[in-house]
Each structure stands twice: as structure tokens, then as C-alpha cells.
Design a binder for this molecule. Structure first.
Ligand SMILES: [Zn+2]
Length: 277
């Protein structure tokens, strides 16, 4: 069984109730954090996990809202584990540069803590793996693979797939429907997909909002991707504009016009179990 927890269902727009984009996928004792948006460690705590328990952090792309709190994951993992516990960060080409810059920005803090704690004599141990597609060897029992997605002009962007004990889950970041994501979804049971309500946003008289229409999927487009792959479950996240707690039935209806399977959405910490079919 794989479990999906929507840690953050929000977007770049600050929301008192929704953290930024982040999803937790767990299989057995392994835990994978996909993206690290605003408030990720608070939500990870809400899911009874922590930075120290993560098997790896996987980044779909390097847009700020998906990596806002990566610095917090790096620092907390480093300070709150008591022996060197390298944090594996997997992401598209460019991830190493971003992580190097985050570490550089943490330079003063790293210096303070090493000077202050006798038993902390090393900087945050981080292993960055840049990927473009295919299997990713993380050494565990959960199979992890990835494929390129289409979030242009944000390039490269990738989606991840997890296979464990007969269950498989795909987590797409921001993307329009594309061949890479279709390929990743073949034979998987559940798809986690970021979505925006294009029908609502196109009526908002703000050009900068309209700019977001051409590189995200609508609930209908995400539903068509899940349907093409014959999946059982579609999990929607990254709601723009956000709906109130307990709402979202209109989003579900839009997706259901193109997908006959189970459609999941909700508040932060909404959890979905995916069992072998
Ligand atoms: Zn994005």
C-alpha cells in the first residue's frame, strides 16, 4: 500500500488555511516529500512525520512556491538529527545550483550553530541528484522513477512515480497534458495533479493571472490524463482559486465529466490510501 498525504494544497497566493505545494508519499517505512512549499514542516508535523524521517525530497520544478521552505527542511534535518544524516534531494537540472545557493544563504546560521554546539561539527549534509527521466536509484524498497512534464517556460520540469508492493502512484507537479506524464501514468493506479480553475481565472481582470493559464492543467485536463491511463483515482491539489474547507464539489464535478474513477480533494492533510488492484 502507498499512502498519499496532501501536505499543502495551496498555491503562490498566501492562504491562512492552505500551505504551499507539498505532497507526502509513504510506502512501508519510506517517506518521500514531493516539493517543499510554504509551511511544509508544520504540515509534515501534522502528518506525524518530520524532516528527519524523510527518505528523500523530490522537486518537480524550481518555481519558488514549490521550494519556498526547502531551506527549512535542510536546516531542521541537520539540527534535529544527532549524527550526520544526509538529506537526498532529487530534482531537475538546476537543482544543484539552487541548493548550493540555499546553503550559501544559510552560511551565517551554519557558522553560528557549529560554533555553539560541540557535537555539531559538520555543515548540513546534502546529496543532490539531478534527473531527466527513468528510474532513480534511492536504495530503498519503493521504486521511484520520473519523466519530463510540460510547464514551459519553466524548464525542465518532471513528474515522479512510486511503485511499492503492487501499488503505484504518480505525482505530477505543474504541467499541461503531455506525453511524458502519459507515459509515467501507464499502469499506475493514482495520479496526484496540480490544477487551476481556468474557467474562473479567465474572468479575473488581471493579466498576470491570465499568464498562468497556459502552463497549468484544469481539473478537466487532469481528469483526461487520468482517464487516458485508465487510472482508478485522481487526487487534485494546488487549488487556484482556493475553495473553502468542505467545498470543492464544483471542482469534483468538472473532473468527473472526464473521469469515472474516484476523485479526491480537500483540506491540507487529506490522506488517500492506494492499495494494489
Ligand atoms: Zn510551477
Amino acid at each position: 500500500m502507498l499512502a498519499i498525504t496532501l501536505l499543502g494544497t495551496g498555491s503562490p497566493m498566501p492562504d491562512p488555511n492552505r500551505a504551499g505545494p507539498a505532497t507526502l508519499v509513504t510506502g512501508g517505512t519510506e517517506q518521500f516529500l514531493i516539493d517543499a512549499g510554504r509551511g511544509v514542516l508544520m504540515r509534515l508535523g501534522g502528518a506525524a512525520s518530520s524532516a528527519g524521517q524523510l527518505s528523500a525530497v523530490l522537486l518537480t520544478h524550481l518555481h519558488s512556491d514549490h521550494i519556498t521552505d526547502l531551506n527549512d527542511v535542510i536546516t531542521t534535518r541537520w539540527v534535529m538529527t544527532f549524527e550526520p544524516s544526509p538529506l537526498t534531494i532529487v530534482g531537475p537540472i538546476g537543482t544543484r545550483t539552487v541548493v548550493d545557493h540555499i546553503l550559501a544563504s544559510l552560511g551565517p546560521d551554519i557558522g553560528y550553530r557549529i560554533a555553539h554546539h560541540d557535537d555539531l561539527d559538520y555543515p548540513p549534509p546534502v546529496e543532490v541528484i539531478e534527473v531527466t527521466g527513468g528510474k532513480i536509484d534511492l536504495g530503498g524498497l519503493v521504486g521511484v522513477s520520473c519523466a519530463s512534464t510540460d510547464h514551459k517556460p519553466v524548464e525542465p520540469s518532471i513528474g515522479f512515480r512510486f511503485d511499492y508492493d503492487g501499488a503505484s502512484v504518480v505525482v505530477a507537479g505543474d504541467t499541461v497534458p503531455c506525453e511524458g506524464l502519459d507515459r509515467l501514468c501507464i499502469g499506475a493506479q493514482a495520479l496526484v495533479h496540480t490544477v487551476i480553475r481556468k474557467d474562473v481565472i479567465e474572468n479575473v481582470p488581471v493579466k498576470r493571472m491570465h499568464d498562468t493559464l497556459d502552463y497549468h492543467s484544469s481539473p478537466e485536463e487532469a481528469a483526461k490524463t487520468a482517464a487516458r491511463a485508465g487510472m482508478e483515482t485522481l487526487v487534485l491539489t494546488h487549488y487556484v482559486p482556493a475553495f473553502p474547507s468542505g467545498g470543492g464539489e464544483d471542482w469534483r464535478k468538472l473532473a468527473a465529466t472526464h473521469f469515472a474513477g474516484t476523485i479526491e480533494l480537500g483540506d491540507d492533510l487529506h490522506r488517500v490510501e492506494v492499495h494494489p488492484s
